[in-house]
Design a protein around this ligand. Sequence first.
Ligand SMILES: Nc1ncnc2c1ncn2[C@@H]1O[C@H](COP(=O)(O)OP(=O)(O)OP(=O)(O)O)[C@@H](O)[C@H]1O
Length: 259
Amino acid sequence: MSGAAPVLEAVGVGVRFGGVRALDGVDLALRPGEVCGLIGPNGAGKTTLFDVLSGIRRPDTGRVLLGGADVTRRSPVWRSRHGMRRTFQRQQLFGQLTVADNLLVAQEWRGGGGVLVADLLAAPTRRGYERARRERAAEVLRMCGLDTVAEVYAGALPVGRARMLELARAVVDGAEVLLLDEPAAGMTADEHRQLSSVIRRLTAEHGCSVLLVEHDVAFVMDLCARVTVLDLGRVLATGAAAEVRADPRVREAYLGARV
Ligand SMILES: Nc1ncnc2c1ncn2[C@@H]1O[C@H](COP(=O)(O)OP(=O)(O)OP(=O)(O)O)[C@@H](O)[C@H]1O
């Protein structure tokens, strides 16, 4: 798998905020079907890199490639329609909708919804879509262990479950490249294990490629085949988790006694 062409790539990405170089010549490659971790101390540039990869921020220098094509100038919506999904540090659920309805809405939006006339003309077809969407939502809820809370309002979920719902919503339709921003934050140890298992299934059974930012280094080292460490906007180290963990520069600059 290591020789496969990357599904997502940052090439020489640079971003400045006034005098601050948030990213400086950053290269990163996510290969098909892998889980790759992005770690680094506060202010290292992780969120800025996610913003660039997902299209929220255009870099001052460098390029973003999705499936080998240059998408640097493409919008977040375009990237989403081409299989990229992102979750955020701050949850973005519809709290007034049930867990199941959050997944239906996600599919409806990406499916493009419909106008009234089109809905009436195509009613039988749309009923078929509706059934397929409900089945898909139920399948993803089961995979994520959320089927028992399908009718609970999303706003009433404990934080770990809400994070899992964010993930479910991101993958409910055709996710190929997943960017997860602190997916394990606020989760219990049991929820960490469940999250790891869902992410592994997404890669092994659904062919997703996953890049995740996470402050829990032990979680990252356990789950990710490869890890990239950012420090002050530059790539400090990148490689197999075990190599990165043993890298003296990484230990000195960031991980200290924690690994
Ligand atoms: N909108 C902004 N305006 C000015 N400076 C910014 C802005 N966003 C980020 N920065 C600066 O860019 C640098 C990188 O920030 P970024 O949020 O990407 O780091 P991070 O690794 O995600 O940090 P954390 O782990 O705390 O979320 C920091 O010095 C930050 O202060």
